[in-house]
Write a protein that binds this ligand. Structure first.
Ligand code: HDD
Length: 749
């Protein structure tokens, strides 16, 4: 078969080696040395040279994107082939001896197709199996060279491409997005000096202090081993059994029981590096540092009843939200902030900064904004990018270093190790999504799935046959911070690690009243699923050390008496420096405006079109979406005789998928909707989940029918005669996102 220019040979690089792109057979003995600057002729790692971009990057202007071109496959206009490039005559039928005869073993085409299919899946991540990713960039505000020599922080305006993966922890790859869980927040920086992975979470603390306990924690929270239940949930015996015996976990469990564990959107949650890291400058001077990501849209969450219903209505809720925002050009953005402190400062804190169950309150060390992250490109292929991306805490670059946090130490081993099973060998760094944009040269060789074709006979160092290359970088390379170590080997923990309750109390006392109520309700729900009373009892005894109000509230919800407080590991715990920290409440980050919020505008035949149009236009101007929801999808005729198209129906996009509700005016439309059970349900869920509801004209009757009588009206339930008049107050109410003042437990509606 002769290749033509319209049907490029699959391996263009190979063809080019023999002189011209369309070559199919090398002429005898011909050898063409690859041009060193040509991407096609270089190894994978050589091809990944960084392209520095000055100033703000535009959408899609991503220096990490071009190197991926080599592996992008696009079948547009191409003929179907086997993996060996053989053109397929027929992709419909297997080869048989006669039309009704047996299939033949020699059908290599069928066998290749089925064999490949049989091996399509790779093992899912042992934790954080379910995730969603996006490409973007980090833009540095000003040089931080006094603190660190790390490449992303070197110049003002410096752009570093990155890939982010958000995830849930406990659920399997196909589980729901809205489980109560920690969310992973992993960022891969493709820096000029190699890959830096900041593998964080949306909570600043972790359940355990030492990596030795990680397998136990994960075994406890995962589905129970005998019956593989429950999926993506911590509300079961083994999790709470473990927690009740691990008082160090209580601080993180407070965060897990808070609304942080059910984010409205990945775009609306904070991220934290969790551990204390080190920054090291050119002179080798080091300071401690904690990393914080703060979302521009503010921190917002679901409420539990809503999260449960979304799990059925749209299990991909957070994934879809991220995808759609980026497709719409609403690029999510976070500001990176650093808490920088010295070892001497740290020594004076009442807690140990090497203990990952502790935060450094902002009252002790303020957060300094240093740059911003923008996510502006969806992956081309979920598997190749989001599934195969491999984050490793061991991936640091010169200028970033580790502290002695014992949890971090275990992670430095575990992440590289797990990729070897998950991605099938030690060459996972060559997968395009994982490969550095800085050149990679060393004497590591071979292994499963090796892509680079290393040339020459030298694969050792020192060497003279290869001119001494690749050579050591000396001080220009990664030089570990020379922390002095002169101690006995021990298994144990430093003294301050033994205090477990001060910061759990700090967290609870810093919450707003609705947030506190939600935490109590979450404990009640989770512990109500625990079947062993002694476990519930132990948790209650732990909670007594956190807050009397909390313990009492949970005990009442479970119909239990309060037990004695759990004995503390240290009789006289150190006095905390801070008892209330407003930054720990989600109300500290309201964000700006209502961009990308989804509002349901319910319409039916006979709806007054004018009001609908006014609201829709105002929402569009504010960057939000007014989505028409009808008794069914498709066209509806307005009272004015125009045609409106409903994009969604009460059935296919229920209430929980919307941030607010507008009920349009029109006697005929209202009569139709009043006859539909889903309408009342829709309204009740909006009300129960504390969302903004606007009823225009006759539609106020639908509210009454749903049980929202006059005495239940509040600042989030608006009535108006015309859409135009309603726009101002409606947008104002929407900016508040939720109207928790109407909330009661149990819900009144
Ligand atoms: Fe971990 C995945 C975050 C402690 C071992 N972890 C993983 C991911 C995130 C975190 C975001 C998913 C990365 C991705 O999207 O691919 N993990 C954390 C944080 C921790 C933490 C913030 C505490 C501060 N992890 C932790 C410990 C260990 C691990 C103590 C083991 C000693 N984590 C893993 C792992 C995973 C992982 C088993 C599973 C898949 C992977 O690494 O790539 O190695």
């Amino acid at each position: 078969v002769e290749a033509t220019s319209s049907a490029m040979p699959f391996n263009a690089t190979k063809a080019a080696e023999y002189g011209h792109a369309n070559a199919v057979r090398p002429s005898e003995g011909q050898h063409v040395a690859p041009a060193s600057s040509s991407v096609g002729a270089s190894t994978l790692s050589e091809a990944n040279h960084s392209v520095k971009v000055g100033g703000a990057a535009e959408g899609g202007n991503d220096p990490a994107a071009a190197p991926l071109d080599r592996v992008r496959a696009d079948a547009g206009g191409q003929v179907l082939t086997t993996n060996q490039g053989v053109r397929l005559a027929d992709n419909q039928s297997s080869l048989k001896a006669g039309l009704r005869g047996p299939a033949l073993l020699k059908d290599f085409i069928l066998r290749e197709k089925l064999t490949h299919f049989d091996h399509e899946r790779i093992p899912e991540r042992v934790v954080h199996a379910r995730g969603s990713g996006a490409h973007g960039y980090f833009e540095n505000y000003r040089p931080l060279t006094d603190l660190t020599r790390a490449a992303p922080f070197r110049e003002a305006g410096k752009i570093t491409p990155l890939f982010v993966r958000f995830s849930t922890v406990a659920g399997e790859r196909g589980s729901k997005d809205t489980a109560r869980d920690v969310r992973g927040f992993a960022v891969k920086f493709y820096t000029d000096e190699g890959i830096w992975d900041l593998v964080g979470n949306n909570m600043p603390v972790f359940f355990i202090q030492d990596a030795m306990k990680f397998p136990d924690l994960v075994h406890a929270v995962k589905p129970e081993p005998h019956n593989a239940m429950p999926q993506a949930a911590s509300a079961h015996d083994t999790f709470w059994d473990f927690i009740s015996l691990m008082p160090e976990s209580i601080h993180t469990v407070m965060w897990l029981m808070s609304d942080r564990a059910i984010p409205r959107s990945f775009r609306m949650m904070q991220g934290f590096g969790v551990h204390t890291f080190r920054l090291v400058n050119e002179a080798g001077k080091s300071v401690f540092c904690k990393f914080h990501w703060t979302p521009k849209l503010g921190t917002h969450s679901l409420v539990w009843d809503e999260a449960v219903k979304i799990a059925g209505a749209d299990p991909d809720y957070n994934r879809r939200d991220l995808w759609e925002a980026i497709e719409a050009g609403e690029y999510p953005e976070w500001e990176l902030g650093l808490q920088v402190f010295t070892e001497e400062q740290a020594d004076k804190f009442s807690f140990d900064v090497l203990d990952a169950t502790k935060i450094v309150p902002e009252e002790l060390v303020p957060i300094t904004p240093v740059g911003r992250m923008v996510l502006n490109r969806n992956p081309d292929n979920f598997f190749a990018e989001t599934e195969q991306v491999a984050f490793c805490t061991a991936h640091v670059v010169p200028g970033i270093d580790f502290s002695n946090d014992p949890l971090l130490a275990g992670r430095i081993h575990s992440y590289v190790d797990t990729q070897i099973t998950r991605l099938g060998g030690p060459n996972f760094h060559e997968l395009p999504i994982n490969s550095s944009v800085a050149p990679v040269h060393n004497n590591q060789r071979d292994g499963m799935h090796r892509q680079a074709i290393h040339r020459g006979r030298v694969s050792y160092e020192p060497n003279s046959l290869g001119g001494g290359c690749p050579f050591q970088a000396g001080a220009a390379g990664f030089v570990p911070f020379p922390e002095p170590v002169t101690q006995d080997e021990v298994r144990g923990k430093a003294e301050k690690f033994a205090e477990h309750f001060n910061q759990a109390a700090l967290f609870f006392e810093s919450q707003s009243a609705p947030e506190k109520a939600h935490i109590i309700a979450a404990y009640r729900f989770e512990l109500s699923k625990v079947t062993v009373p002694a476990v519930r009892q132990r948790i209650l005894s732990m909670l007594r050390n956190v807050s009397g109000e909390l313990a009492q509230g949970v005990a009442e919800g479970l119909g239990m008496n309060l037990p004695e407080p759990m004995p503390r590991a240290i009789a006289k715990p150190p006095k905390p420096e801070v008892r209330v920290s407003p930054a720990l409440s989600m109300t500290a980050y309201p964000g700006d405006g209502i961009r990308t919020r989804k509002v349901a505008i319910v319409v039916a035949n006979g709806v007054v079109g004018e009001g609908v149009a006014a609201i829709q236009a105002a929402l569009r101007d504010a960057g939000a979406e007014g989505r028409l929801v009808g008794p069914r999808i498709g066209p509806f005729t307005t009272a004015e005789g125009d045609v409106m198209e409903a994009a969604a129906s009460l059935e296919n996009e229920p209430s929980v998928l919307f941030d607010a509700l507008v009920l349009a005016d029109g006697a005929e439309a209202v009569a139709t909707l009043a006859g539909m059970g889903q309408m009342a349900e829709f309204i009740r869920d909006q009300y129960r989940h504390c969302k903004t509801i606007l009823a225009l004209g006759a539609a106020s009757g639908l509210l009454t029918q749903a049980g929202i009588a006059q005495d239940r009206k509040d600042e989030g339930v608006l009535l108006a005669e015309s859409g135009k008049a309603a726009v101002g107050p409606f947008l104002k109410a929407l900016t508040r996102h939720r109207h928790f003042a109407r909330e009661s437990d149990p819900p009144a509606v």
